[in-house]
Design a protein around this ligand. Structure first.
Ligand SMILES: Cc1ncc(COP(=O)(O)O)c(C=O)c1O
Length: 398
Protein backbone atom coordinates (compact mmCIF):
# COMPACT_ATOMS: atom_id res chain seq x y z
CA UNK A 1 0.00 0.00 0.00
CA UNK A 2 1.30 3.42 -0.85
CA UNK A 3 -0.52 6.53 0.21
CA UNK A 4 -0.01 9.55 -2.02
CA UNK A 5 -0.68 12.80 -0.23
CA UNK A 6 -2.19 15.71 -2.15
CA UNK A 7 -1.39 18.00 0.75
CA UNK A 8 -3.31 19.91 3.38
CA UNK A 9 -2.23 22.44 5.90
CA UNK A 10 -4.52 23.50 8.66
CA UNK A 11 -2.20 24.17 11.55
CA UNK A 12 -2.11 27.84 12.47
CA UNK A 13 1.62 28.16 13.16
CA UNK A 14 2.68 25.65 10.60
CA UNK A 15 3.32 25.68 6.94
CA UNK A 16 1.22 28.32 5.26
CA UNK A 17 2.82 27.95 1.84
CA UNK A 18 1.74 25.45 -0.81
CA UNK A 19 1.18 21.91 0.40
CA UNK A 20 4.08 19.53 -0.02
CA UNK A 21 3.34 16.12 -1.45
CA UNK A 22 4.75 13.06 0.31
CA UNK A 23 4.55 9.30 -0.16
CA UNK A 24 4.00 6.88 2.72
CA UNK A 25 4.81 3.22 2.20
CA UNK A 26 3.92 0.89 5.08
CA UNK A 27 6.47 -1.94 5.11
CA UNK A 28 4.88 -4.99 3.47
CA UNK A 29 7.45 -7.35 5.03
CA UNK A 30 7.31 -5.99 8.57
CA UNK A 31 7.85 -8.54 11.33
CA UNK A 32 6.43 -7.00 14.51
CA UNK A 33 5.60 -10.16 16.41
CA UNK A 34 9.01 -11.84 16.74
CA UNK A 35 11.79 -11.02 19.19
CA UNK A 36 14.89 -9.35 17.68
CA UNK A 37 16.36 -12.12 15.51
CA UNK A 38 19.65 -13.72 16.61
CA UNK A 39 20.72 -13.54 12.97
CA UNK A 40 20.80 -9.73 13.20
CA UNK A 41 22.82 -9.54 16.43
CA UNK A 42 26.22 -9.79 14.68
CA UNK A 43 25.20 -6.60 12.83
CA UNK A 44 23.70 -4.56 15.66
CA UNK A 45 23.12 -5.48 19.30
CA UNK A 46 22.62 -3.79 22.65
CA UNK A 47 25.77 -5.54 23.92
CA UNK A 48 27.96 -4.02 21.17
CA UNK A 49 26.22 -0.68 21.63
CA UNK A 50 27.18 -0.71 25.31
CA UNK A 51 30.83 -1.21 24.30
CA UNK A 52 30.53 1.80 21.98
CA UNK A 53 28.82 3.84 24.71
CA UNK A 54 31.60 3.15 27.20
CA UNK A 55 34.27 4.21 24.70
CA UNK A 56 32.45 7.32 23.46
CA UNK A 57 31.50 8.43 26.99
CA UNK A 58 35.23 8.48 27.81
CA UNK A 59 36.01 11.08 25.10
CA UNK A 60 36.72 14.65 26.18
CA UNK A 61 33.61 16.78 25.81
CA UNK A 62 31.12 13.90 25.81
CA UNK A 63 27.66 14.77 27.07
CA UNK A 64 24.29 13.45 25.94
CA UNK A 65 22.74 15.93 23.50
CA UNK A 66 19.58 17.64 24.79
CA UNK A 67 16.14 16.12 24.22
CA UNK A 68 13.76 19.02 23.70
CA UNK A 69 9.99 18.86 24.17
CA UNK A 70 7.84 20.68 21.61
CA UNK A 71 4.55 20.90 23.55
CA UNK A 72 2.88 23.66 21.51
CA UNK A 73 3.46 21.80 18.28
CA UNK A 74 2.24 18.53 19.81
CA UNK A 75 -1.02 20.29 20.76
CA UNK A 76 -1.42 21.75 17.29
CA UNK A 77 -0.88 18.36 15.68
CA UNK A 78 -3.21 16.53 18.06
CA UNK A 79 -0.43 14.39 19.57
CA UNK A 80 0.48 13.78 23.22
CA UNK A 81 4.16 14.77 23.03
CA UNK A 82 6.91 15.50 20.52
CA UNK A 83 10.57 15.23 21.56
CA UNK A 84 13.42 16.48 19.40
CA UNK A 85 16.96 15.21 19.98
CA UNK A 86 19.33 18.09 19.27
CA UNK A 87 22.44 16.74 17.55
CA UNK A 88 23.48 20.35 16.88
CA UNK A 89 25.31 19.98 20.18
CA UNK A 90 27.22 16.74 19.45
CA UNK A 91 30.94 17.20 20.23
CA UNK A 92 31.07 20.53 18.39
CA UNK A 93 30.63 18.60 15.11
CA UNK A 94 26.93 19.47 14.95
CA UNK A 95 25.71 16.03 13.86
CA UNK A 96 25.10 12.52 15.19
CA UNK A 97 27.70 11.30 12.72
CA UNK A 98 30.35 12.30 15.28
CA UNK A 99 29.41 9.06 17.05
CA UNK A 100 29.96 6.68 14.13
CA UNK A 101 32.97 7.46 11.93
CA UNK A 102 35.13 8.67 14.82
CA UNK A 103 34.29 5.53 16.84
CA UNK A 104 35.34 3.29 13.95
CA UNK A 105 38.58 5.26 13.54
CA UNK A 106 39.35 4.97 17.27
CA UNK A 107 38.85 1.20 17.06
CA UNK A 108 41.18 0.97 14.05
CA UNK A 109 43.82 3.09 15.77
CA UNK A 110 43.80 0.67 18.73
CA UNK A 111 43.79 -2.51 16.59
CA UNK A 112 46.27 -5.20 17.75
CA UNK A 113 48.02 -5.17 14.36
CA UNK A 114 48.75 -1.44 14.70
CA UNK A 115 47.01 1.57 13.16
CA UNK A 116 46.52 1.96 9.38
CA UNK A 117 48.84 4.20 7.32
CA UNK A 118 45.89 6.46 6.58
CA UNK A 119 42.12 6.44 6.68
CA UNK A 120 39.79 7.71 3.98
CA UNK A 121 36.11 7.87 3.15
CA UNK A 122 33.49 9.40 0.91
CA UNK A 123 31.04 11.80 2.46
CA UNK A 124 28.28 14.24 1.80
CA UNK A 125 29.62 16.22 4.72
CA UNK A 126 28.90 14.89 8.17
CA UNK A 127 30.49 11.44 8.06
CA UNK A 128 33.72 12.89 6.65
CA UNK A 129 33.83 15.47 9.42
CA UNK A 130 33.58 12.67 11.97
CA UNK A 131 36.29 10.54 10.33
CA UNK A 132 38.58 13.57 9.99
CA UNK A 133 38.05 14.48 13.65
CA UNK A 134 38.69 10.91 14.82
CA UNK A 135 41.82 10.70 12.63
CA UNK A 136 43.18 13.96 14.00
CA UNK A 137 42.61 12.77 17.56
CA UNK A 138 44.35 9.47 16.76
CA UNK A 139 47.19 11.14 14.84
CA UNK A 140 46.34 9.40 11.54
CA UNK A 141 46.56 10.79 8.02
CA UNK A 142 43.10 11.29 6.53
CA UNK A 143 41.79 11.81 2.97
CA UNK A 144 38.11 12.68 2.45
CA UNK A 145 36.27 12.38 -0.89
CA UNK A 146 33.36 14.68 -1.67
CA UNK A 147 31.09 14.68 -4.71
CA UNK A 148 30.04 17.59 -6.91
CA UNK A 149 26.99 18.45 -4.82
CA UNK A 150 28.76 18.93 -1.46
CA UNK A 151 28.91 22.61 -0.51
CA UNK A 152 32.25 24.39 -0.07
CA UNK A 153 31.21 25.27 3.49
CA UNK A 154 31.10 21.58 4.35
CA UNK A 155 34.46 20.95 2.61
CA UNK A 156 36.06 23.74 4.65
CA UNK A 157 34.76 22.28 7.89
CA UNK A 158 36.45 18.96 7.05
CA UNK A 159 39.73 20.68 6.14
CA UNK A 160 39.48 22.38 9.54
CA UNK A 161 40.17 18.97 11.10
CA UNK A 162 43.39 18.64 9.12
CA UNK A 163 42.14 16.23 6.45
CA UNK A 164 42.97 16.43 2.75
CA UNK A 165 39.71 16.91 0.79
CA UNK A 166 39.39 15.59 -2.78
CA UNK A 167 36.40 16.66 -4.86
CA UNK A 168 35.42 13.96 -7.41
CA UNK A 169 32.84 13.77 -10.22
CA UNK A 170 29.45 12.09 -9.82
CA UNK A 171 27.14 11.50 -6.87
CA UNK A 172 27.69 10.12 -3.34
CA UNK A 173 27.72 6.50 -4.45
CA UNK A 174 30.33 7.33 -7.12
CA UNK A 175 32.52 8.99 -4.50
CA UNK A 176 32.26 5.84 -2.34
CA UNK A 177 33.64 3.77 -5.22
CA UNK A 178 36.46 6.24 -5.99
CA UNK A 179 37.53 6.35 -2.32
CA UNK A 180 37.58 2.53 -2.19
CA UNK A 181 39.65 2.28 -5.40
CA UNK A 182 42.20 4.87 -4.22
CA UNK A 183 42.46 3.16 -0.83
CA UNK A 184 43.13 -0.21 -2.45
CA UNK A 185 45.89 1.34 -4.56
CA UNK A 186 47.50 3.34 -1.73
CA UNK A 187 47.10 0.82 1.08
CA UNK A 188 44.77 3.06 3.13
CA UNK A 189 41.83 1.87 5.21
CA UNK A 190 38.36 2.93 4.12
CA UNK A 191 36.11 4.04 6.97
CA UNK A 192 32.77 3.99 5.20
CA UNK A 193 29.30 4.52 6.64
CA UNK A 194 27.92 2.17 4.00
CA UNK A 195 28.70 -1.52 3.51
CA UNK A 196 29.21 -3.67 0.45
CA UNK A 197 30.01 -7.29 -0.26
CA UNK A 198 33.18 -8.23 1.60
CA UNK A 199 33.28 -4.91 3.49
CA UNK A 200 31.18 -5.01 6.64
CA UNK A 201 33.18 -4.76 9.87
CA UNK A 202 33.86 -1.03 9.77
CA UNK A 203 30.36 0.13 8.70
CA UNK A 204 29.01 -2.13 11.44
CA UNK A 205 31.13 -0.26 14.02
CA UNK A 206 29.92 3.04 12.55
CA UNK A 207 26.26 2.02 12.96
CA UNK A 208 26.91 0.72 16.45
CA UNK A 209 28.24 4.13 17.43
CA UNK A 210 24.98 5.72 16.22
CA UNK A 211 23.06 3.48 18.63
CA UNK A 212 24.47 5.55 21.49
CA UNK A 213 22.21 8.44 20.42
CA UNK A 214 19.17 6.15 20.51
CA UNK A 215 20.02 4.90 24.00
CA UNK A 216 20.47 8.47 25.25
CA UNK A 217 17.08 9.51 23.84
CA UNK A 218 15.22 6.63 25.47
CA UNK A 219 16.88 7.31 28.83
CA UNK A 220 16.13 11.04 28.62
CA UNK A 221 12.50 10.35 27.70
CA UNK A 222 11.97 8.41 30.93
CA UNK A 223 13.48 5.04 30.05
CA UNK A 224 11.49 1.84 29.80
CA UNK A 225 8.56 3.34 31.73
CA UNK A 226 7.63 5.75 28.94
CA UNK A 227 9.15 4.90 25.59
CA UNK A 228 7.94 6.79 22.52
CA UNK A 229 5.11 5.29 20.47
CA UNK A 230 6.54 6.60 17.20
CA UNK A 231 9.99 7.52 15.90
CA UNK A 232 10.61 9.41 12.66
CA UNK A 233 14.23 8.98 11.58
CA UNK A 234 16.12 10.14 8.50
CA UNK A 235 17.41 7.66 5.91
CA UNK A 236 20.47 8.08 3.69
CA UNK A 237 22.10 4.68 3.20
CA UNK A 238 19.97 3.47 6.13
CA UNK A 239 22.61 3.31 8.89
CA UNK A 240 21.02 5.52 11.51
CA UNK A 241 17.57 4.10 10.78
CA UNK A 242 18.90 0.54 11.20
CA UNK A 243 20.62 1.47 14.48
CA UNK A 244 17.31 2.92 15.68
CA UNK A 245 15.22 -0.10 14.68
CA UNK A 246 17.73 -2.59 16.11
CA UNK A 247 17.95 -0.84 19.48
CA UNK A 248 14.18 -0.54 19.87
CA UNK A 249 13.43 -4.05 18.58
CA UNK A 250 15.95 -5.81 20.82
CA UNK A 251 14.90 -3.76 23.85
CA UNK A 252 11.12 -3.60 23.47
CA UNK A 253 10.31 -6.54 21.17
CA UNK A 254 6.76 -6.54 19.83
CA UNK A 255 5.94 -3.52 22.03
CA UNK A 256 8.54 -1.35 20.31
CA UNK A 257 7.71 2.10 18.94
CA UNK A 258 6.75 2.34 15.29
CA UNK A 259 9.70 3.54 13.24
CA UNK A 260 9.11 5.62 10.11
CA UNK A 261 12.17 6.04 7.85
CA UNK A 262 12.15 9.42 6.07
CA UNK A 263 13.95 10.22 2.82
CA UNK A 264 14.02 12.94 0.16
CA UNK A 265 11.73 12.04 -2.76
CA UNK A 266 14.75 12.78 -5.00
CA UNK A 267 16.87 10.08 -3.28
CA UNK A 268 14.31 7.56 -2.03
CA UNK A 269 16.27 4.33 -2.41
CA UNK A 270 15.02 2.82 0.86
CA UNK A 271 11.35 3.60 0.15
CA UNK A 272 11.67 2.15 -3.34
CA UNK A 273 13.44 -0.92 -2.00
CA UNK A 274 10.53 -1.47 0.42
CA UNK A 275 8.05 -1.19 -2.44
CA UNK A 276 10.06 -3.51 -4.70
CA UNK A 277 10.84 -6.10 -2.02
CA UNK A 278 14.53 -6.02 -2.95
CA UNK A 279 17.39 -3.53 -2.77
CA UNK A 280 16.93 -0.85 -5.45
CA UNK A 281 19.79 1.36 -6.68
CA UNK A 282 19.11 4.86 -8.01
CA UNK A 283 21.48 6.80 -10.24
CA UNK A 284 21.76 10.42 -11.36
CA UNK A 285 22.76 13.43 -9.30
CA UNK A 286 20.12 12.76 -6.57
CA UNK A 287 20.25 16.48 -5.99
CA UNK A 288 18.27 17.41 -2.87
CA UNK A 289 18.44 20.12 -0.26
CA UNK A 290 18.74 17.26 2.25
CA UNK A 291 22.42 16.82 1.34
CA UNK A 292 23.10 14.24 4.04
CA UNK A 293 20.34 12.02 2.69
CA UNK A 294 21.45 12.21 -0.94
CA UNK A 295 22.20 8.49 -1.32
CA UNK A 296 20.99 6.16 -4.07
CA UNK A 297 22.17 2.82 -2.71
CA UNK A 298 21.05 1.29 0.59
CA UNK A 299 23.77 -0.20 2.78
CA UNK A 300 23.18 -3.98 2.65
CA UNK A 301 23.91 -4.33 6.38
CA UNK A 302 21.38 -1.63 7.22
CA UNK A 303 18.83 -3.08 4.83
CA UNK A 304 19.05 -6.47 6.55
CA UNK A 305 17.62 -4.77 9.66
CA UNK A 306 15.21 -2.34 7.99
CA UNK A 307 13.59 -4.86 5.66
CA UNK A 308 11.93 -6.80 8.48
CA UNK A 309 12.07 -4.09 11.15
CA UNK A 310 11.01 -0.66 9.86
CA UNK A 311 7.29 0.03 10.09
CA UNK A 312 7.05 2.45 7.17
CA UNK A 313 9.00 4.57 4.75
CA UNK A 314 8.21 8.13 3.72
CA UNK A 315 9.54 10.15 0.81
CA UNK A 316 9.19 13.92 1.25
CA UNK A 317 9.67 17.01 -0.91
CA UNK A 318 12.57 19.46 -0.68
CA UNK A 319 10.03 22.26 -0.30
CA UNK A 320 8.99 20.93 3.12
CA UNK A 321 12.44 21.48 4.65
CA UNK A 322 12.85 25.25 5.06
CA UNK A 323 9.41 25.63 6.72
CA UNK A 324 10.30 22.87 9.21
CA UNK A 325 13.64 24.56 9.98
CA UNK A 326 11.87 27.89 10.57
CA UNK A 327 9.22 26.26 12.73
CA UNK A 328 11.92 24.90 15.03
CA UNK A 329 13.90 28.15 14.97
CA UNK A 330 10.83 29.97 16.26
CA UNK A 331 11.13 27.76 19.37
CA UNK A 332 14.86 28.41 19.62
CA UNK A 333 15.81 24.97 18.28
CA UNK A 334 18.42 24.55 15.52
CA UNK A 335 17.82 21.83 12.93
CA UNK A 336 19.75 21.57 9.67
CA UNK A 337 18.38 20.60 6.26
CA UNK A 338 18.82 16.84 6.70
CA UNK A 339 18.15 16.97 10.43
CA UNK A 340 14.57 18.21 10.15
CA UNK A 341 13.36 15.68 7.56
CA UNK A 342 11.66 13.59 10.26
CA UNK A 343 9.83 16.65 11.54
CA UNK A 344 8.83 17.63 8.00
CA UNK A 345 7.40 14.14 7.48
CA UNK A 346 5.53 14.27 10.80
CA UNK A 347 3.97 17.59 9.81
CA UNK A 348 2.63 16.00 6.63
CA UNK A 349 1.54 12.73 8.22
CA UNK A 350 -0.18 14.30 11.23
CA UNK A 351 -2.22 16.52 8.93
CA UNK A 352 -3.53 13.76 6.71
CA UNK A 353 -6.33 11.49 7.87
CA UNK A 354 -5.20 8.45 5.85
CA UNK A 355 -1.61 8.72 7.01
CA UNK A 356 -2.64 9.31 10.63
CA UNK A 357 -4.71 6.14 10.48
CA UNK A 358 -2.02 4.11 8.71
CA UNK A 359 0.59 5.11 11.32
CA UNK A 360 -1.73 5.04 14.34
CA UNK A 361 -0.98 8.69 15.16
CA UNK A 362 -3.48 10.06 17.68
CA UNK A 363 -3.87 12.07 20.86
CA UNK A 364 -1.98 9.44 22.86
CA UNK A 365 1.07 9.37 20.55
CA UNK A 366 4.52 10.22 21.96
CA UNK A 367 6.71 11.03 18.98
CA UNK A 368 10.51 11.04 19.04
CA UNK A 369 12.39 12.93 16.33
CA UNK A 370 16.12 12.73 15.82
CA UNK A 371 17.42 16.16 14.81
CA UNK A 372 20.43 14.46 13.27
CA UNK A 373 22.23 17.68 12.33
CA UNK A 374 22.27 21.32 13.28
CA UNK A 375 23.73 24.13 11.21
CA UNK A 376 26.44 22.04 9.54
CA UNK A 377 26.53 24.59 6.70
CA UNK A 378 26.06 27.87 8.60
CA UNK A 379 25.66 30.08 5.50
CA UNK A 380 22.96 27.83 4.05
CA UNK A 381 21.22 27.63 7.43
CA UNK A 382 21.04 31.40 7.65
CA UNK A 383 19.81 31.69 4.08
CA UNK A 384 16.97 29.22 4.70
CA UNK A 385 15.95 30.36 8.20
CA UNK A 386 16.60 34.10 7.89
CA UNK A 387 18.87 34.26 10.96
CA UNK A 388 22.02 32.53 12.12
CA UNK A 389 22.01 29.43 14.32
CA UNK A 390 23.77 31.48 17.02
CA UNK A 391 20.94 34.04 17.03
CA UNK A 392 18.34 31.26 17.25
CA UNK A 393 20.10 29.71 20.25
CA UNK A 394 20.56 33.08 21.92
CA UNK A 395 16.80 33.44 21.98
CA UNK A 396 16.51 30.33 24.14
CA UNK A 397 19.34 31.35 26.42
CA UNK A 398 17.74 34.79 26.93
C1 LIG B 1 22.31 14.83 9.15
C2 LIG B 1 22.14 13.46 8.65
N1 LIG B 1 21.04 12.77 8.99
C3 LIG B 1 20.85 11.51 8.56
C4 LIG B 1 21.77 10.88 7.75
C5 LIG B 1 21.47 9.50 7.26
O1 LIG B 1 22.30 8.55 7.79
P1 LIG B 1 22.50 7.15 7.03
O2 LIG B 1 23.27 7.45 5.78
O3 LIG B 1 23.22 6.33 8.02
O4 LIG B 1 21.15 6.64 6.68
C6 LIG B 1 22.95 11.55 7.38
C7 LIG B 1 23.96 10.91 6.54
O5 LIG B 1 24.95 11.47 6.18
C8 LIG B 1 23.14 12.87 7.85
O6 LIG B 1 24.24 13.56 7.54
Amino acid sequence: MSIGFPGRHNFPRMIRSDPHPARLVPNPRLDRASAYPDALKPILSLAAEEEARREIASWTGYAPTPLRGLPALARELGLATISFKEEQHRFGLRSFKALGGAYAVKKLAAAPGGPPAAVCCATDGNHGRSVAWGAREAGLRCVIYIHEGVSEGRAQAIRGFGAEVRRVPGNYDDSVRIAAADAAREGWTVVSDTSWEGYQDIPRDVMQGYGVMVGEAIAQGGGEASPPTHVFVQGGVGGIAAATVAHLWERFGAARPRVVVVEPDKADCLTRSAEAGRVVHLSGDLDTIMAGLSCGEPSPLAWAVLDPGADAFMAIADASIAPAMRLLAADGVVGGESGVAGLAALLVAAGDAAMRAALGLDASSRVLLFGTEGATDPALYEELVGESAERVMERVAA
